[in-house]
Design a protein around this ligand. Structure first.
Ligand SMILES: Cc1cc2nc3c(=O)[nH]c(=O)nc-3n(C[C@H](O)[C@H](O)[C@H](O)COP(=O)(O)O)c2cc1C
Length: 123
């Protein structure tokens, strides 16, 4: 939904599975890098993105701008906690997080489209 919204505003969008990115330094190849993920455990990253997170921990993000979004479940005490951890990590590594992370309850539904449009237009 975010990609479609950006394309509608004539931005070029390159979509890649976070786990397929060969090297974390590739995240810096774009004008603006969006990272989306769900939250697991107790406000934690999911296992499949841990390798990439470890790479980011070794990287100078050179003030690069990032946007963070993801899904969670408000019945957990750390709603979308992985996004808060990711925001801290990006800032510690010298990157910038643009706006507040977009937190969506469960899989995005058509009813979430208005929030997503607002989120993109603010960026
Ligand atoms: C074992 C387990 C732990 C989870 N932990 C959290 C959590 O700490 N915070 C949160 O916001 N969501 C948590 N979730 C919810 C998932 O993030 C949510 O299922 C996911 O965003 C995808 O939504 P979906 O279930 O509609 O596909 C957890 C889900 C499971 C199964």
């Amino acid at each position: 939904m975010i990609a479609e919204e950006l394309k509608g505003q004539n931005h070029d969008v390159f979509l890649e599975d976070f786990m397929s990115v060969q090297s974390a330094s590739e995240l810096l190849n774009y004008d603006l890098t969006f990272i989306g993920m769900y939250t697991w455990g107790d406000g934690d990253y999911s296992d499949e993105c841990l390798d990439m997170i470890e790479e980011i921990e070794q990287l100078d993000l050179e003030k690069h701008p990032f946007v963070i979004f993801g899904s969670g479940n408000t019945s957990y005490s750390e709603f979308c906690g992985a996004l808060d951890q990711l925001q801290r990590l990006i800032e510690e590594q010298g990157g910038t997080v643009v706006g507040d992370p977009l937190k969506i309850e469960f899989n995005p539904e058509p009813a979430d489209e208005a929030d997503i449009k607002r989120f993109v237009s603010k960026l």
